[in-house]
Design a binder for this molecule. Structure first.
Ligand SMILES: [Fe+2]
Ligand SMILES: [Fe+2]
Length: 233
């Protein structure tokens, strides 16, 4: 399967409008956002666990990164409530389940082999720091090589600087409405903007977004210098 696999294209999906598709495990459904391969390979998805469902024990051959959007995700290592960000590097294993049900945003097979940090962050109880413009606050989640990942909170009426995406930018709107000159993106919208794309973002009513930068189409730009997340969002 190749779904939204041309990373030079801008993609905007309001995930609320997508149907849930069954996965190979009963009680586990998903909305596929991008994918190269079938059950194993590069994949970005929303995954929904029904109460008392579980997934087969597995090893992450290409790493796994996820953010818990609703409910509580669990595995043998712990319970991760809504707002938890988790990284499981290449070679890590677990058996996921959810007692009360959950929805997670998950990216598979997108780890650098040297990116071996395994950790979780309870973002609901973490301190955000100031961003580069008034009204913006930032919680860095992870950086490795050219890639950076953060949660960014926008107070109502915040306007960011126009900017270019070195290595691309991927956003999931977690709350509120994020906007730029191309449109308005309510909670649940996934936006993938290619390398060297540009925009002028703002938020009229405020929002919380997950942002990853620097991970798209780097192979086309071997000498790319990625600015810090403070410069890009
Ligand atoms: Fe997993
Ligand atoms: Fe941006």
């Amino acid at each position: 399967m190749r779904l939204n696999a041309d990373f030079s294209k801008r993609i905007v999906i309001n995930t609320n409008e997508m149907p849930w598709e069954a996965s190979p495990m009963a009680g586990v459904d998903r909305r596929k956002l991008d994918r190269i391969g079938d059950e194993v390979g590069h994949a970005t998805s929303l995954v929904r666990y029904a109460p008392k469902s579980y997934f087969s024990p597995h090893t992450h051959g290409g790493g796994e990164e996820f953010f818990v959007i609703e409910g509580v995700f669990s595995d043998e290592h712990g319970d991760y409530p809504a707002g938890t960000y988790v990284r499981n590097p290449i070679g890590s294993t677990h058996k996921p389940h959810s007692e009360d049900g959950c929805v997670i945003f998950v990216k598979l097979h997108q780890f650098d082999a040297d990116d071996t940090a395994q950790f979780s962050v309870d973002t609901a109880n973490a301190a955000f720091g100031p961003g580069v413009v008034k009204g913006l606050s930032v919680l860095p989640l992870h950086s490795f090589g050219q890639e950076s990942c953060a949660l960014v909170k926008w107070e109502p009426g915040t306007v960011f600087n126009p900017h270019k995406h070195w290595g691309g930018e991927e956003i999931l709107v977690l709350d509120g409405v994020f906007s730029d000159e191309n449109g308005h993106y309510p909670k649940g919208t996934w936006i993938r903007s290619p390398h060297l794309s540009e925009h002028h973002p703002y938020s009229e009513e405020g929002c919380l977004i997950y942002v990853k930068t620097g991970h798209l189409a780097l192979d086309q730009s071997p000498n790319l210098q990625q600015p810090s997340w403070k410069d890009t969002q």
